[in-house]
Structures are given as C-alpha cells and as structure tokens.
Design a protein around this ligand. Structure first.
Ligand code: MG
Length: 176
C-alpha cells in the first residue's frame, strides 16, 4: 500500500466560473489560477503523485507554460493517474476536505464525489468529500483543499512472459 497527501489553495475572483472537483458550481465568483483553478483536483493530483514519489503538479505542468492557461484540471489528474499505474498501483480510496466560506458544498457534494470517482475509475463510495467554513481564520476569500489517497498494488497478470520465464519447475528449467 502507499499513502499520498495533497494540499492546494486558490483565491476567489469575480468573472471566473467556479470549478471544484471537476464540477461547475453556481456562484458569483470563481477561483483564480493559471489553469481552471480547480483547487480540489490540484490537491488530488499532488496526492496521487506524492503517493508514488513522482514529484508534484508544478513539475509536470509548470505555471510558466502558456499551454496550461485555462486548462481543464482533469488533464492533471489523468497524468497523475498514469504515473500511479506506471508504478504498479491502483487507487483504493480518496478522502478530501474543502475549506471555504461560500458557496455551501453540501448540495453539490454528491456531484463532486461522482465526478472525482469517474476521473479515477473508481466508485463514488471510494471518494470522501467533506467541507468546512474557515471560522474566522482569515481565509474567507480563498478556497482550500486537502486530499489523502490510499493506493494498493495492482495484481500482476499471472501469464506474463516474464513470470513464465522466472517460474521454477517449468518445462524449460526441468529440461536443463
Ligand atoms: Mg492550484
């Protein structure tokens, strides 16, 4: 098993659509960022990359690269998932906490859960989505996301050429 953890924050800005967990939420302001500012998907990307010690989101998608301007953050999650699979792991479950003054996440938590599950190829029951308000911490104009992931080793296929070659007691080794 491997554990991963990611954190991100973005400032609210008028005139930008609000996207959290790959879902557009009705609100008068959105999150400012080089990409679509999806704070939850950025924290998720870092959690996935961190779990397989593959670096961080900035290493794969530098904010200095104009290619990622306004990018759909689902692209970042897809790349991180590719790194997880390359390392031989699958996602077991994800848990997340959002901290923001508004809008209320409760109404949208189910949609966010479903979208994150879809992006990761797991079921909604494997994705925790929780939300809190800053309670006077002075971060009222920002959205913050914390994400933890648990990975499990993907079972290796039993009939790969490599495992056949290495398996003791095969015809080839008995002949010698
Ligand atoms: Mg970010």
């Amino acid at each position: 098993m491997r554990i991963g953890y990611g954190w991100d924050s973005h400032e609210f800005r008028a005139g930008v659509p609000l996207k959290i967990g790959g879902v557009v939420l009705p609100h008068d302001r959105g999150l400012a960022g080089h990409s679509d500012g999806d704070v939850l998907l950025h924290a998720l990307t870092d959690a996935l990359l961190g779990a397989v010690a593959a670096g961080d989101i900035g290493g794969f998608f530098p904010p200095s690269d104009p290619k990622w301007k306004g990018a759909d953050s689902a692209i970042f999650v897809e790349e991180a998932l590719k790194q997880v699979r390359k390392a031989g792991y699958s996602v077991s479950n994800v848990d997340s906490t959002l901290i923001l003054a508004a809008p209320k996440i409760g109404l949208h938590a189910g949609n966010i859960q479903a979208r994150v599950a879809e992006l990761l190829g797991i079921s909604p029951g494997q994705v925790g989505v929780k939300a809190k308000t800053p309670e006077g911490m002075g971060t009222e104009n920002a959205a913050i996301a914390h994400v933890a992931v648990l990975l499990i080793e993907t079972p290796k296929p039993k009939t790969s050429p490599q495992s056949r070659r290495k398996a003791p007691g095969t015809k080839r080794s008995r002949r010698r």
